[in-house]
Design a protein. Structure first.
Length: 473
């Protein structure tokens, strides 16, 4: 104890010197920094919290599965009801997170991973009112979901701010429900912007903060000093499960894209389509292009009927900026390009032959040509429980696969189905069945119908890796 006290003394003395002063010159300097009012002494974020905390809610999502009733279970239920000792309650899953009311009509923003695979969602407000919520839109690619509160009135909504105006060092507050203890406010700064390669979602472009964020904070608000939401807290870097001061939030600019899609009645977020394949620029590529450092993205292929081809983009071009905003990798390009919407044009700065130039790229959604024409796998076939559709730019974008020249794609897969148990995955391109190549779902329907038993030889393209599997009865 004495040793600890002695170690504390230097800090204590230093504090006294700074506050009181010991020499004439220092005294004059100290007088200049002495607070002149209570407001200068009492730094508080209370007003910002009062303005925003009522808009941050708790999100409770559950998924229940009742087992098939056996004769004994039905016996107990008939005489004692669903709460009888012999009646199983069913297996269930639950998820706890946070959300933000962003519209007085009852629209709530949260993380998709909070409600993923859940079939019941309830929201508890800061004033302890509870409401059931409808899932309006899920967007796994940004990990953002939009909920709509049922029969809710007198709601306090918070305004979405401009995450593009954030600077490293800005003070921010994180509000959420960590570990289910109740609404909690933590304070920190913006530690970094445009953080990519985090491994959280498809659109990796995050605001990093050292404000304490813990499990349960997911979907909560990152607030600036103007009382606006500049991010939705999504993940933390941690080896223990608790906060170590490295948290990530989806920027409000991207949140606004998802929210506007929901307000427009869309069930999915429609993004602009470039029609080109991109890869990062490393040191060797940068040297070959004549760049001083690795920056931008390299065009490796161009879809012949897409906006990139129409604008004159070519294989080997380097994209350096979107509408004047520098691009460092494919993630940052996807973020900047998505923010531009699906109408009009956007200027893109490219490097070709050592010279920079700007081209205008048309903003448009990926076309659904040819039409999907879905085919559901029949019983007693390896495709039972799978839905096959024709390949198109829209389907490729939705499933995050490359546009193929032929083959059909697994667009839906039922849980515990035959197709799922055999290892098929969403996004698999079925290239051939029993040696015959597929061009459309009509080909698939014909070949599946022809064979409902025996052995199957199926060729699959999964992420560019083509393999053939043989299945028996």
């Amino acid at each position: 104890m004495r040793l600890s006290a002695l170690r504390a003394l230097p800090s204590l003395c230093l504090g006294l010197v700074l506050c009181c002063g010991s020499f004439t010159g220092a005294q004059a300097q100290a007088q200049r920094v002495v607070p002149e009012s209570k407001a200068q002494v009492q730094l508080s974020f209370a007003q910002v919290v009062k303005q925003t905390a009522g808009s941050v809610v708790n999100v409770y999502a559950t998924r229940s599965e009742r087992r098939q009733n056996a004769a004994m279970e039905e016996y107990f239920r008939r005489f004692f009801g669903d709460n009888a000792p012999g009646v199983p309650r069913g297996r269930g899953q639950s998820s706890l997170g946070s959300g933000v009311i962003v519209d007085s009509s009852g629209l709530v923003i949260t993380n998709n991973h909070v409600i993923e695979n859940m079939n019941e969602v309830k929201v508890a407000l800061a004033d302890r009112r509870e409401f059931e919520a409808e899932i309006v839109l899920r967007d796994p690619r940004t990990d953002i979901a939009v909920l709509k509160l049922k029969n809710a009135t007198n709601l306090q909504a918070v305004e979405l701010g401009d995450s593009e105006a954030l600077q490293v060092g800005d003070i921010v507050l994180a509000i959420g429900n960590p570990f289910g203890v109740g609404q909690t406010v933590t304070q920190g700064i913006v530690s970094a912007l445009a953080r990519t390669q985090v491994g959280i979602s498809d659109y990796q472009f995050f605001v990093q903060t050292d404000a304490a964020i813990n499990p349960g904070n997911s979907g909560g608000a990152l607030i600036d000093m103007n009382g606006r939401v500049v991010g939705i807290n999504t993940a933390i870097y941690s080896r223990s499960g608790g906060s170590i001061g490295i948290g990530f939030a989806v920027p409000s600019s991207m949140v606004r894209v998802v929210l506007n899609s929901a307000k427009g009645g869309a069930r999915n977020v429609v993004r602009p389509w470039l029609g080109a394949r991109l890869q990062p620029v490393d040191g060797d590529i940068a040297s070959g292009l004549g760049l001083e450092r690795p920056t931008g993205v390299l065009v490796t292929s161009v879809y012949e009927k897409g906006p990139a081809a129409e604008a004159g983009l070519k294989r080997g071009d380097a994209i350096l900026a979107v509408d004047g905003q520098p691009i460092d990798n494919p993630d940052s390009f996807g973020y900047r390009f998505t923010l531009k919407g699906t109408q009009g044009q956007v200027p893109i700065t490219i490097l070709r032959g050592g010279k920079q130039s700007a081209i205008q790229v048309k903003l448009m959604p990926p076309p659904e040509t040819p039409a999907r024409e879905p085919v559901k796998g029949r019983a007693r076939t390896p495709f039972a429980g799978a839905t096959l559709v024709n390949m198109s730019p829209a389907v490729a974008d939705e499933l995050q696969v490359e546009v193929g020249d032929d083959g059909v794609v697994v667009s839906e897969l039922e849980e515990r189905s035959v197709a799922a148990s055999l290892g098929f995955e969403k996004g698999d391109q079925i290239v051939a069945i029993n040696g015959e190549r597929l061009s459309t779902t009509k080909d698939a329907d014909r070949l599946i119908d022809r064979r409902t038993g025996g052995y199957w030889e199926i060729t699959v393209n999964r992420g560019g890796r083509v393999f053939t599997t043989v299945l028996g009865r």
